[in-house]
Design a protein around this ligand. Sequence first.
Ligand SMILES: [Mg+2]
Length: 392
Amino acid sequence: MKITAIETHVCHARMRNWVFVKVVTDQPGLHGWGEATLEWHTRSIVGAVEDIATLLIGEDPTRVEYLWQMMFRQHFWHGSGIVRGTAISGIDLALWDILGKVAGLPVHRLMGGPVRDTIRTYCHLGGGRLEDFYQGKREDARRFGELAQKAVEDGFTAFKSMAVPETMPLEGLRPVKYAEANVRAMREAVGDDIDIMVDCHARPSPAMGLRFGKALDPYGLYFFEEPCWPESVAGLAMINQALTTPVATGERLTALEQFRDLFEQRGCEVCQLDITHCGGLTSANRVAALAEAHRISLAPHNPQGPVSTAASLEFGFAQPSYIICEAVHLDVPWRQDVVDEGFVVEPEGRIVRPNQRPGLGIEINEAEVAKHPFEQEIVERTFYADGSVGDW
Ligand SMILES: [Mg+2]
């Protein structure tokens, strides 16, 4: 069996372009689907997949680890940059999909079989609608409360918000009080039985991240995400140690060694590896083993498209330390038109029952994808009050 082609299919989904990767084989009808979505880097990803394809055409697609080693180590430059890492991830997922189809087993069974019956999912406030999650008036605590209630009405038992505003490296009480008012409104709206997460988007400095974290600690957040830059492992460790609330991070890491350093310094309690960036399922399994050694939980970052979701769920059914999966359900109204999924989501509680089909259990509808060709992502720029550049 040989790989004959590696294609990218770009699907514009408002906030991001989903980049689907299709690995085609010389066996009639046998192909695998992966995803290599990287916001604001769509053209680079398409080019990176094309570059890697020169290594893989003619190879046996079922030698997944061998091909991962080729993609990561050959052509001199290691594959841990975000563009190459994402491209490798997309191809790796497609190779696992093929391997599952050849074996006649879902991917989670190839990885040791199901370790749980269901997976819990959490949503973004507003379901992933750009305006509600990223562009809401962050001072509007009432709106946070309303959207929190809506998430619970939609069946979710956990949701995430961006309740912390952009701040300069050091600011006083004002932004802290804003954040606290937003979180208080959400907690009052949904009560103590629902889990609330806050994503800081790595905007704060370690000093401000600590300040926000201390102010929000009494509200019992399920986790507190990216309270400072991912590069600042010492800052993450300082905040994680100072709070009762578990710190979560990891969505921007692409090298196993970065995860090792994060865990060794105890920079988090929840690892949000992104299966479409960190090197695919092949690499995610290694990260999971490292996390297991530190008793750190796994909660994949997954705001992208449907192949990312399918892979994140297959991973979760095989990994004991997995706690919850991120899900967006209202980002585009035609989401379910582009994919046929093997897993089942229970509307009550938004828990997922495992896929029983071979591979990732999905088929992408190429005709539907073609209806949404590439468009430039909305340009997001953040500046502070004094005109200096901030983090989005
Ligand atoms: Mg995040």
